[in-house]
Every structure is written in structure tokens, then in C-alpha cells.
Design a protein around this ligand. Structure first.
Ligand SMILES: [Cu+2]
Length: 177
């Protein structure tokens, strides 16, 4: 019994470690497009955005869950994330020093403001400091699911423990009979 408890503990520790690793990895590498995760990363370099075109999921109207977009300046120059085409549209305008991170939640209200200007949901943005440093953010597809991968893994871990506990109890009962 002690051995089985140890095995369960190791499995739980591994799942928690993988979940934490997943969060860390998500925070530091550019996401692929389409990005189906609740966190989407865009790297800023001298002088381009990576990925320059990315598709993210819209906010979930029933749960209120929104995608978090994370820009990180990996360059040695100052850059900005400014929505519009050459002139700011007044919705997003954020300047990043080298190494800085800018986190933006694509909430329903932000999405509505952007959708009013860009009805096709392709949002152009650029850097104020470098001519030709442009990118697009496309909002398309089904809203993000309620469960993120780390949450899902933790749920599986907890469900496994409950299942093992119930199995153990039923085995005991069989022995008693
Ligand atoms: Cu720039």
C-alpha cells in the first residue's frame, strides 16, 4: 500500500511539474498560428514582430474567458505595439523598452472596440519607432475552451487520485466479505 501511495505521489508531482513547465514555455517562445492556447506569445525583434501574422481565438461569451496576448521585446531597441495603419487608432498603444513584456487580455469589450473599426477581425498594428515594422492580429475560430492544458492535467491528476482511493476502498470491502 505504501508503494502505491508513493507511485501516486510521483505521478502527481510529474503532472504538476509538466503544468508549470507548460506555463513557462508558453511565456517565452513565439506561438504558432493559429494560436489555440489561452496565452499567445509574440516576440519583438529589431525590427520585426515574430510571428508578424497570428490568429487567436475570440473571447468566450458564456464564460468570459479571454485570450492573453504577450509581447516581449527581445531586441536592443525600444519598440511599440500600436494598433492602426501608420496612424494610431487610439485603442492599443504601448511602448516596450528592451526586455519588457506587454500583456493584453482580449476581453469582450476590447474585442468589440476593435471589431467596430476592423469588421473583418484582422487588426493591423505597427511600431511607432521603425518604419515598415508592421503586423496583424486576426481573431477567428471558436471561442477558447473553458479548460486550459495545465488545468486539464491537474483535473486528470485529481480524478486519478479519487479513482485510486475508491478502488482501494472497494478492494477492502471485498476482503471483508
Ligand atoms: Cu520598433
Amino acid at each position: 500500500m505504501l508503494k502505491r501511495g508513493f507511485v501516486v505521489l510521483v505521478i502527481v508531482a510529474a503532472v504538476v511539474a509538466v503544468s508549470l513547465l507548460q506555463v513557462t514555455v508558453l511565456a517565452h517562445t513565439p506561438s504558432p498560428s493559429p494560436c489555440n492556447d489561452p496565452i499567445c506569445n509574440i516576440d519583438i525583434r529589431d525590427n520585426f514582430f515574430q510571428l508578424a501574422s497570428i490568429t487567436i481565438r475570440p473571447p468566450n461569451p458564456s464564460t468570459g474567458q479571454s485570450v492573453k496576448i504577450v509581447w516581449q521585446n527581445h531586441g536592443i531597441a525600444i519598440h511599440s505595439v500600436t494598433t492602426g495603419t501608420g496612424t494610431p487608432d487610439g485603442i492599443i498603444d504601448h511602448t516596450l523598452s528592451p526586455g519588457a513584456i506587454y500583456e493584453l487580455n482580449m476581453t469582450q469589450s476590447l474585442y468589440n472596440s476593435l471589431h467596430a473599426i476592423y469588421p473583418n477581425d484582422v487588426i493591423p498594428y505597427y511600431c511607432r519607432f521603425h518604419f515598415g515594422m508592421t503586423a496583424t492580429l486576426t481573431i477567428a475560430g471558436a471561442p477558447i475552451p473553458e479548460f486550459s492544458l495545465p488545468t486539464l492535467l491537474l483535473t486528470i491528476a485529481i480524478a486519478s487520485i479519487v479513482l485510486l482511493f475508491l478502488m482501494r476502498r472497494s478492494q477492502k470491502r471485498v476482503k471483508e466479505l
